[in-house]
Design a protein around this ligand. Structure first.
Ligand code: FHN
Length: 600
């Protein structure tokens, strides 16, 4: 995170009660892009920030093939909607599928009800994906579901009506750059007939179609661009933005238009950033199996528990979860997807108040038992912390290190069992009743006096240990949090500080202790062979502990490493700094969590 933004974030958070409310940072570039004040931007983003959960729908002509071309699996990175490129299928051959595309089972009302019953507040449908086929009637191109298929109906129109009927917001995905059918569109060069003029493509297809989808179907609340840049240079991007904002000045646009536009939201894909995007809005889109578009052979469905925990993890970091379904050639959402949506809906029926309308609670360290969200009552006199417990600690104790509010009450959502708790101070603690200790994925709600106030210093856990998480560090000179490559919680994402290429880069944690003490240090380290001989140093309480890096083989395989000696930390607030002593290779290591355990 650039230093300027970090300073702004620190200032903004210092100024506001640490309720973790999704604030727009004064330095957020979208303010200039949309000529908005912070409060105007907050007002326009409010519905999105409250929603936290939406349905992505990848449905197009590619569903007719289901990932198979001439009997052979034809995908890119498990994605069936990329069949045309994967098979380098000529335009005319691919388009010929349209004469058989007749999704007579399409029931927009059922789709919207499935989303709403799952607790989803908005839907984003692919109006036109990279294959160039429009799922709406278009006068700009006859290559669309109403004119080129025996189906004859306008899928976007029916979905828009169903969304209006059920009070679900509608967003539309539009592939503005890649278009493998219309000449001049991005990519598609395996077919010489695709060659054409980019301006004719943008002005003759993209802009008229954006105008159609943004004016023919009532309010469209979000425009989801994809694969930025390519044929979209600044001049074309500006023409596109003008038609979009003329149609709906309040529309939310994502960060994938191109030409350097930031848009309103960050869009991490198939993973959950360890710290979210502090001070910005963001949405993590993920598949429910492995493909966005329907694939006949993809039965790798994520367990519902993973989906629920992803939703909790993302919400606790101030983001939205855009969970994808890929309807088949007849317009049916696959049964395993519907089953998972219904199971999520059952969980949301009991626990939805811990998701909808909540915000990041502001804890600097993620608890190892689950995630925490927060809701502050209007006026701020009271607030509620929601402890979403994935796996209850064996001793039944939930601690909230650094919480300085007084706790006035505790309840378990959907369970009348009384819950014992300490009133707070600076380390509120809840003791779970025996009845829930074996349970998973339940919510404990704590009522607080005032808005949540959470110290940004690490406090000891119930067993005396201090866990210094990568996301809680103040870092310099390019050192930053990373967990690239993980897709949600099911892949056991190990967040870490990476890109430690500048030997002057440091990481600093704040620590707060009631009493001074001696601690043994253990750090999670990953490093490739050529980092051997590197050394890092832990500096705290006037002491230095040096650690020789033992390579683990690569940047993502972590192991515990323990420097010799103990650190004596003072009572009150202090800091622990980590710096490079010797660097071999491009960086000494990647650094995961640091654990300080009271030394005997
Ligand atoms: O290429 C597309 C892909 O097909 C899918 O639409 C995803 C969804 O975010 N976006 C692109 C890959 O990043």
């Amino acid at each position: 995170m650039p230093m300027k933004l970090r300073l702004l974030l620190a200032a903004a958070l210092a100024a506001a009660p640490l309720a973790g409310h999704a604030q727009t940072l004064p330095g957020n570039p979208v303010l200039a892009e949309r000529s908005e004040t912070v409060s105007e931007h907050d007002a326009r983003m409010a519905w999105f920030r409250d929603a936290h959960f939406g349905m992505f729908i990848h449905w197009g002509l590619y569903a007719q093939a289901g990932g198979l071309w001439k009997g052979k699996v034809t995908k890119v990175n498990n994605c069936a909607e990329w069949l045309m490129l994967a098979g380098r299928v000529p335009r005319a051959e691919y388009a010929a599928m349209a004469k058989d595309f007749n999704p007579t089972a399409y029931d927009a009302d059922a789709w919207v009800r499935a989303a709403k019953d799952a607790g989803m507040k908005y839907i984003v449908l692919t109006a036109k994906h990279h294959d160039g086929f429009a799922m709406f009637k278009s006068s700009a191109s006859g290559y669309n579901i109403a004119d080129a298929t025996p189906f004859r109906r306008d899928a976007v129109k029916e979905l828009a009506a169903a969304c209006r009927k059920h009070g679900v917001k509608l967003g539309l995905y539009y592939s503005q750059n890649l278009d493998w059918y219309h000449p001049g569109g991005g990519s598609g060069d395996w077919d010489p007939t695709h060659k054409g003029d980019a301006d004719k493509y943008v002005d003759g297809i993209v802009i008229p179609q954006l105008r159609e989808i943004l004016t023919n179907y009532g309010e469209i609340s979000m425009l989801w661009f994809d694969i930025p840049d390519g044929v979209i240079d600044k001049a074309r991007a500006d023409r596109i933005r003008k038609v979009v904002l003329d149609a709906n000045p309040r529309i939310i646009m994502n960060n994938r238009l191109g030409a350097g536009y930031h848009g309103d939201i960050e869009t991490p894909e198939q993973h959950i950033p360890p710290a979210g995007f502090p001070g910005k809005d963001w949405e993590s889109c993920m598949t429910i199996n492995r493909t966005w578009g329907y694939a006949k052979d993809d039965h790798d469905w994520k367990p519902t528990r993973t989906l629920v925990r992803n939703l909790a993890d993302i919400t606790s970091k101030g983001g939205n979860y855009l969970l994808n379904v890929g309807p088949d050639e007849l317009g049916r959402i696959p049964a395993p997807s519907l089953e998972r949506l219904a199971e999520i809906g059952a969980w949301m029926k009991v626990n939805g108040e811990a998701i909808h309308g909540t915000r990041n609670a502001g804890f600097p360290t993620l608890p190892d038992w689950g995630r925490i969200t927060a809701r502050t009552a209007p006026g701020g006199a009271t607030s509620t912390l929601y402890a979403i417990v994935f796996d209850a600690p064996k001793d039944g104790r939930l601690t909230f290190p650094g919480l300085t509010n007084t706790v006035t009450g505790v309840r378990i959502l959907g369970d009348a069992a009384p819950v014992a708790f300490t009133a707070g101070g600076d380390n509120a603690e809840v003791t779970l009743p025996e009845s829930v200790r074996g349970k998973k994925d339940f919510v404990v709600a704590l009522t607080l006096k005032g808005a949540p106030r959470v110290s940004d210093a690490a406090h000891p856990l119930a067993d005396g240990r201090l866990v210094l998480a990568p996301i809680a560090a103040a870092t310099t000179r390019g050192l930053r949090v990373d967990n690239a490559g993980s897709a949600g919680l099911e892949h056991g994402a190990e967040a870490h500080l990476g890109f430690w290429t500048d030997t002057a880069a440091t990481a600093t944690w704040k620590v707060s202790l009631k009493t001074a003490g001696a601690y043994a240090l253990s750090a999670r380290i990953a490093a490739p062979a050529n980092s051997a001989g590197s050394e890092i140093e832990f500096v705290a309480g006037g002491q230095n502990l040096a650690l020789a890096v033992a390579p683990t083989g690569n940047w993502k395989t972590f192991a515990d490493a323990r420097p010799a000696g103990v650190l004596r930390l003072p009572s009150g607030d202090s800091t622990l700094l980590v710096r490079v002593k010797t660097r071999n290779g491009e960086a000494p290591c990647n650094l995961g969590a640091i654990t300080l355990t009271p030394a005997k």
